[in-house]
Design a protein around this ligand. Structure first.
Ligand code: SF4
Length: 773
C-alpha cells in the first residue's frame, strides 16, 4: 500500500473487535445516516454504549483509512441532544411544532388504524412512501411500501425527472445492459497493487467534484492517487474546482449543454479516426447512424452552445481518444437536464467507441457484489399485477417496460394538483427524506401539495422542516453505529455493526419489521433486524457463503472480479459472449428506444429556459443558475445542526465570478437575493472562477437554529435554491429535469427589500405570486 499504517493498527490487524483500556474498539463500516453514498471502513471507540471516537480503518481497502469531514465529526452528530429521542405525536395544528411523547406501540397502533382506513376507503395506492438519496434505506422502505401497505407508489422525495443517477443508469441498461464505473482498482482488495489492474492513462471526470462529493464507488482520493501515479485528467465542470485546476484540460461547460459537448467529442474522435475499430466492428451496433448523428454537432457548433472554445473541445477529444486506457466518472449534472438521457447516451458512447469498456484502467462493468440485487423493487413481486399497474407514471415509455422501479415524482405532483385524478393521495411516509429542504424542485409548490394529504409520517434522526410542516407522527431512527445492517452496493459487500444506542431510536430495518408484522406477519417472519439481514446474506446470497456474523468478523468481502466479461459469456443470460442487449452488442443506436417510438440516437435541445430558448426571459434574468454543488461539510440537507460543520461553513453561498459580482453591484461576502419569476432566495456571495454568465447556488439549506414553528419553519425557503427550479419539465422519457440550468438575476439584500422573507411568503402568504423588490 502507498501509505503508512501505524504500529497501533498493525498490532490489531485482522481483529474485528478489541479492548483498549476502557474503550471497546470495533472495526466496521459506516453507512448512513447521517448520509453519504459510500461505506467507508471505520474503527469506533465506544464506552458505556456511546461512540466517543472514530477513526478511518487503515486496513479497509475501500477507503484505505481516509475519512472525510462528515464521518470525522460523526461523534457530534450521534451524541447531539437535538436528535429525536422517542416517537412524537402531533398535538397542535400542522406547522405549530407541538408534539407529545408516545410509545412505539402507540405509534404503531395509530399507523395501523390510519393505513387500514385509507386502504379501505381509497385503496392502498393512495399511500406514497418516499426516501432520500444514498441513505441506507434503499430496499427497506420499498419493502414496507409493498409488503406492509400494499401500495405500488414508492418514490424518491419529489426528485423531478428522477434526475439523480436514473437517467444514466437507464441509458447504460439499454446501451450495454449493465452499469459501469471508472476503474480506479476498487474491485480488488489489494487495490493499486493488484497485478491485473492498470492505471488509467486518462480520467474523464464529467460534472462531478469527486473529492468533495465522494459519490457512488468513486472516492475522490482514488482519483487523486491515480493522478499522482500519472493519469491525465479532463474535467467537465462549469466551475474551476480543485480537480479542474489540476486537470490537463478543463472544459468549462455551460450548465445543461453536456449532450452537445459529448456529441462533439464523439464527432472529433470519429472524424479523426481515433476510435477503436476492432471493438466497434465486433461489439457495437448502429455505428454509422451514430456517426451521422454526432456529425450534426461538430465542435464549432458545440463551442457556441457550450461556451467552450472549439480548440479546447478538440484537444479534449484527442486526449481521451488517443489514450490506451480511459476511465470515466460522471455526476448528477448529466442527469439534471431535460436531455439528460441523451447526454448520458453520448458520454457512454465515448467510452464504448474508444474500446474502454471492461478493460483494466477503463470503464468496468459492475454488478452488485454477489448479485445481491437489493434496490427499489425489493418485494414488488408481492403486489398483484393489477396493483403494480396503478403505479403513478406507468404510462411513461420506460416505466411501461420495467425501467425505473419508482413512481414518477412529477406525475405524482400533477395527480395531487388535479385533485386526485386518477385517484387521491391520502398519506405520505417520509423516511430519511426532507423534500422541501432538499431534493424536491419547486419547493413552494410541493409545500402546498403535501399539505393536502390526510396523514403523514416522518422517520428521521432530527426534527426537520418536512416533519414540522406535514407530519402527524415523527419516529426517531438510529444512526449508522446504532444498527445492524449491510452495504451491498457494488464492491465490496460490507457489514454494519451495532455498537451503540440512542434513547428509543430504532434502526430502519427494526421499525419496518415491527410495523410490517402488524400488517402481514407472513411477509415479515424474521425475529429481529439482525435475523432479517442474516437471512438476506445467508439464504438469498448463498454465493457469498457466509453468515452475517461471519461478515461482521471480516468486515467486508470481495467477489472475484474479471475484466472483458463480454468476451467470456458472463453478461448474457444465455451464457454466450456479448452484451445483454437485444442485438448482443453495445447499442450506439438504441433498438429498445426505436421499438418504443423514442429517438434512438443522441440529440441536443436547449434547456427550456436559457439565453437562446427564451431570449426575452434572459433579458430580465441574465444569469444561468446552476444548483446543487456539493460541500465538504454537508450531505444534502443533513449536518446543518452540527457546530463544527457550521463553523467551517456557516452560511449558504452563491458562487460567482468577481466580474459578475461587480456588474451586479455586489462583492464577496454580501448577501444577495437570487430571483426569477418563480420566486427568490438569499445566499452569500463567494468568488469562484465561473463563466461570467453563470452563477452556482448551494442546495439543501435550512437553519435548525431558527424557530421551528411556521411561519419561520427553520427558514427553509429563505435560502432555498429550489424556489427557482421547476417540476414537470422532463425529457420525452420522463427522465431528466433542469435543476442545473435555470435563469435568474441577483441583487443586494437590504433591510428595505427583506421585510417579507420567503418562508413567510410561502407558509403564510400563499407563495411567490408577488416578489417584493
Ligand atoms: S465518503 Fe466520507 S461521509 Fe461517506 S462514508 Fe466515507 S468518510 Fe463517511
Amino acid at each position: 500500500m502507498a501509505y503508512e499504517i501505524s504500529e497501533y493498527y498493525k498490532k490489531h490487524k485482522g481483529e474485528a473487535q478489541w479492548q483498549d483500556g476502557e474503550y471497546t474498539c470495533t472495526r466496521t463500516t459506516m453507512w448512513s445516516g447521517p448520509g453519504c453514498h459510500n461505506g467507508c471502513g471505520v474503527v469506533y471507540y465506544t464506552k458505556n454504549g456511546k461512540v466517543e471516537k472514530i477513526e478511518g480503518d487503515p486496513y479497509n481497502p475501500f477507503n484505505l483509512g481516509k475519512l472525510c469531514m462528515r464521518c470525522i465529526n460523526y461523534v457530534e452528530a450521534a451524541d447531539s441532544n437535538d436528535r429525536l429521542k422517542w416517537p412524537l405525536k402531533r398535538v397542535g395544528e400542522r406547522g405549530e411544532n407541538k408534539w407529545e411523547r408516545i410509545s412505539w406501540d402507540e405509534a404503531y397502533d395509530i399507523i395501523v388504524e390510519k393505513v387500514n382506513g385509507i386502504k379501505k376507503d381509497y385503496g392502498p395506492e393512495s399511500i406514497v412512501c418516499m426516501e432520500g438519496t444514498g441513505r441506507n434505506v434503499i430496499w427497506q422502505v420499498p419493502y414496507l411500501c409493498y409488503a406492509a401497505f400494499g401500495s405500488p407508489n414508492f418514490t424518491l422525495g419529489f426528485l423531478s425527472g428522477e434526475s439523480c443517477s436514473m437517467p444514466r443508469l437507464v441509458t447504460e441498461a439499454v446501451t450495454e445492459g449493465e452499469f459501469t464505473f471508472g476503474d480506479y482498482s476498487a474491485h480488488f482488495p489489494d487495490r493499486y497493487e493488484n497485478p491485473n489492474w492498470k492505471l488509467p492513462e486518462v480520467i474523464l471526470l464529467w460534472g462531478q467534484n469527486a473529492i468533495i462529493s465522494n459519490p457512488d464507488s468513486s472516492l475522490g482520493h482514488w482519483i487523486v492517487e491515480c493522478m499522482k501515479r500519472g493519469s491525465k485528467l479532463i474535467v467537465v465542470d462549469p466551475m474551476l474546482t480543485w480537480l479542474a485546476a489540476k486537470a490537463d484540460i478543463w472544459l468549462r461547460v455551460r450548465p445543461g449543454t453536456d449532450a452537445a459537448l459529448a456529441m462533439a467529442m464523439n464527432d472529433v474522435i470519429i472524424k479523426e479516426d481515433l476510435y477503436d475499430h476492432a471493438f466497434v466492428e465486433k461489439w457495437c451496433h448502429g455505428f454509422d447512424d451514430f456517426a451521422e448523428r454526432v456529425a450534426t454537432m461538430p465542435p464549432e457548433r458545440a463551442a457556441e452552445i457550450c461556451w467552450i472554445p472549439k480548440d479546447t473541445i478538440v484537444e479534449a477529444a484527442r486526449l481521451y481518444g488517443k489514450a490506451e486506457r480511459g476511465a470515466g466518472t460522471w455526476g448528477v449534472s448529466v442527469d439534471m437536464a431535460q436531455c439528460g438521457i441523451s447526454a448520458a447516451q453520448a458520454i457512454n458512447a465515448l467510452w464504448a467507441i474508444c474500446g474502454n469498456l471492461d478493460k483494466p484502467g477503463g470503464q468496468s462493468i459492475i454488478r452488485y457484489a454477489f448479485d445481491q440485487g437489493l434496490a427499489y423493487d425489493y418485494g414488488i413481486e408481492i403486489l398483484p399485477p393489477e396493483v403494480t399497474a396503478k403505479r403513478i407514471g406507468m404510462d411513461l415509455p420506460l416505466k411501461q417496460f420495467g425501467f425505473g422501479a419508482t413512481a414518477h415524482s412529477d406525475t405524482l405532483l400533477k395527480v395531487i394538483e388535479a385533485g386526485g385524478v386518477p385517484y387521491p393521495i391520502k398519506m405520505f411516509w417520509f423516511q430519511s427524506t426532507n423534500p422541501i429542504a432538499n431534493m424536491g424542485a419547486e419547493a413552494p409548490r410541493l409545500y402546498k401539495a403535501i399539505k393536502t394529504a390526510d396523514f403523514n409520517v416522518v422517520v428521521d434522526m432530527f426534527m426537520t422542516p418536512t416533519a414540522v410542516a406535514f407530519a402527524d407522527l415523527v419516529l426517531p431512527c438510529a444512526m449508522s453505529s446504532e444498527r445492524w445492517s449491510q452495504r451491498n452496493w457494488w464492491m465490496p459487500t460490507a457489514s454494519i455493526r451495532k455498537v451503540a444506542s440512542y434513547y428509543e431510536a430504532k434502526s430502519d430495518e427494526q421499525l419496518i419489521l415491527e410495523l410490517g408484522k402488524r400488517f402481514s406477519p407472513e411477509l415479515f417472519p424474521w425475529k429481529d433486524d439482525k435475523e432479517w439481514i442474516d437471512w438476506i446474506i445467508s439464504d438469498q446470497t448463498s454465493k457469498m457463503g457466509m453468515t452475517f456474523d461471519e461478515l461482521c468478523d471480516v468486515v467486508c468481502q470481495y467477489e472475484d472480479f474479471e475484466y472483458y466479461k463480454y468476451e467470456k459469456g458472463m453478461l448474457r443470460p444465455d451464457g454466450k459472449p456479448g452484451f445483454n442487449t437485444p442485438t448482443g452488442k453495445v447499442e450506439l443506436k438504441l433498438s429498445l428506444f426505436e421499438a418504443w417510438g423514442l429517438d434512438p440516437l443522441p440529440w441536443y435541445q436547449e434547456p427550456p429556459e436559457s439565453p437562446y430558448s427564451t431570449p426575452e426571459l434572459h433579458k430580465k434574468y441574465p444569469l444561468v443558475l446552476t444548483t446543487g454543488h456539493r460541500s465538504w461539510e454537508f450531505f444534502h440537507s443533513e449536518h446543518r445542526q452540527l457546530k463544527l460543520n457550521r463553523e467551517f461553513h456557516p452560511d449558504p453561498m452563491i458562487k460567482m465570478n468577481p466580474e459578475t459580482a461587480a456588474k451586479f453591484g455586489v462583492k464577496e461576502g454580501d448577501w444577495v437575493w437570487v430571483e426569477n419569476y418563480r420566486g427568490r432566495f438569499k445566499q452569500k456571495v463567494k468568488y469562484e472562477m465561473l463563466h461570467p454568465g453563470v452563477v452556482n447556488a448551494e442546495h439543501g439549506w435550512w437553519f435548525p437554529e431558527k424557530e421551528a414553528a411556521e411561519p419561520s419553519l427553520y427558514g427553509v425557503f429563505d435560502s432555498n435554491c429550489n424556489n427557482l427550479t421547476t417540476m414537470c419539465q422532463n425529457g420525452p422519457t420522463g427522465y431528466g429535469a433542469p435543476y442545473k440550468n435555470q435563469l435568474c438575476t441577483v441583487y443586494k439584500v437590504t433591510e428595505e427589500n427583506s421585510k417579507i422573507m420567503p418562508t413567510e411568503q410561502v407558509t403564510r402568504l400563499g407563495g411567490f405570486n408577488y416578489v417584493q423588490k
